[in-house]
Ligand binder design. Structure first.
Ligand code: AQP
Length: 331
């Protein structure tokens, strides 16, 4: 990696099919920052096994995630793209960080609490440990900046805390990363039928989610069914009008129009027509994305080559950090 540019890290777990939330919150920005930073984009498969995965489907999801990265404009000649489990240093650093993180810090993590409720029969230690593995993902590459959606802020804050702790104990061994939320309105896209919770790829109710690979008919149906309210006025108010505000966030993020301009534009628009416009804004993006996705999906050898090269470049950087820590720890 060139020394002149700072390092940007971002990742997605292939825990299912990627959603419009993943796209708006993260991937849609990746292409635009490739020239400004040395970007490292990971497919975080180790994170995904905190939930049981079907092997075949899992492998498919990993390759589909890569094809979606490429379809979104990530260029493997400019950015490092790799699968987390193919760089074993993530687990090595994870252990070191385990020994520098307190139980009390992890027990406060809201995602752990939420996911434990959703999956009470599988509250495994991996789920508890998830934020430390995420800290390892970030610190391993001496990342200056981490691009995330709103739900991951708490985890990056923990990574910052751990980084400062290591530097306090051992001297300057890791970079303390900054959090980057590229678009506040798009940093937390909500579930369509329950707009007070986040749109998540593992939601059991598929009508809550627009998947990036949903077809035309499906998108039309899901947006038409999305929950709004009964006062027929379009303006932004996440407390009293979470459904309309969520659709405004989606439309604003996909078209690049500010919420205040949209409120003026839609002052006399019915909910039905507004939903049609939101649907169109989604289809405009998804149909192009899907065309590119299918182009890349069929190039199996090309996909494998990208991951092999990505893993070897990532490993090279990762080993430097591991060596640094082994030295100061006396390992
Ligand atoms: N709804 C969302 N709106 C905006 N950003 C989102 N992200 C996730 N959902 C939304 C951001 O996408 C990045 C990758 O997320 P992840 O897949 O690693 O984990 P997650 O945040 O747990 O995403 P999901 O879709 O909710 O996955 P599951 O259901 O498996 O837990 C992150 O930067 C995230 O903020």
């Amino acid at each position: 990696m060139g020394l002149s540019k700072s390092i940007m890290f971002s990742a997605i777990q292939p825990s299912g099919k990627l959603t419009l939330g993943n796209y708006i919150g993260t991937i849609s920005h990746w292409m635009h920052i490739q020239d400004m930073y040395n970007c490292i984009y990971s497919i975080a498969d180790l994170h995904a096994i905190t939930v049981n995965q079907d092997k075949k489907l899992f492998q498919q999801n990993i390759l589909d995630t890569l094809a979606l990265y490429l379809a979104s404009g990530v260029n493997p000649k400019k950015s490092i793209i790799f699968v987390q489990s193919e760089v074993q240093e993530h687990c090595q650093l994870n252990w070191i960080l385990n020994c520098h993180t307190y139980f009390g810090e992890l027990i406060r993590m809201t995602q752990f609490k939420q996911k434990s409720k959703i999956n009470p029969n599988n509250i495994n230690i991996g789920l508890f440990n998830y934020p430390i593995l995420m800290a390892a993902d970030i610190l391993l590459y001496q990342s200056d900046t981490v691009l995330v959606g709103h739900d991951q802020i708490q985890h990056v804050e923990l990574a910052r805390k751990i980084a400062k702790r290591l530097n306090f104990l051992y001297g300057q061994v890791v970079t303390v990363p900054k959090i980057y939320i590229p678009n506040k309105n798009g940093s937390k896209i909500m579930a369509l039928l329950n707009p007070i919770k986040k749109m998540s790829k593992s939601d059991s109710n598929l009508n809550n989610i627009i998947f990036l690979l949903d077809d035309h008919k499906c998108v039309v149906k899901k947006i038409a069914r999305s929950i709004t309210d009964s006062d027929n006025k379009i303006f932004y108010d996440t407390v009293n009008k979470p459904g309309i505000s969520n659709l405004l966030n989606i439309y604003s993020s996909l078209t690049g129009t500010s919420i205040s301009v949209l409120e003026n534009m839609f002052v006399n628009t019915t909910y039905k027509n507004f939903k049609l416009l939101v649907t169109q804004s989604i289809l405009d993006i998804l149909l192009k994305l899907q065309e590119k996705f299918f182009y890349f999906k069929n190039k199996k050898d090309y996909l494998r080559d990208i991951l092999d090269i990505g893993a070897s470049l990532a490993k090279k950087e990762a080993q430097k950090t591991i060596q640094k820590l082994y030295n100061v720890l006396g390992l």
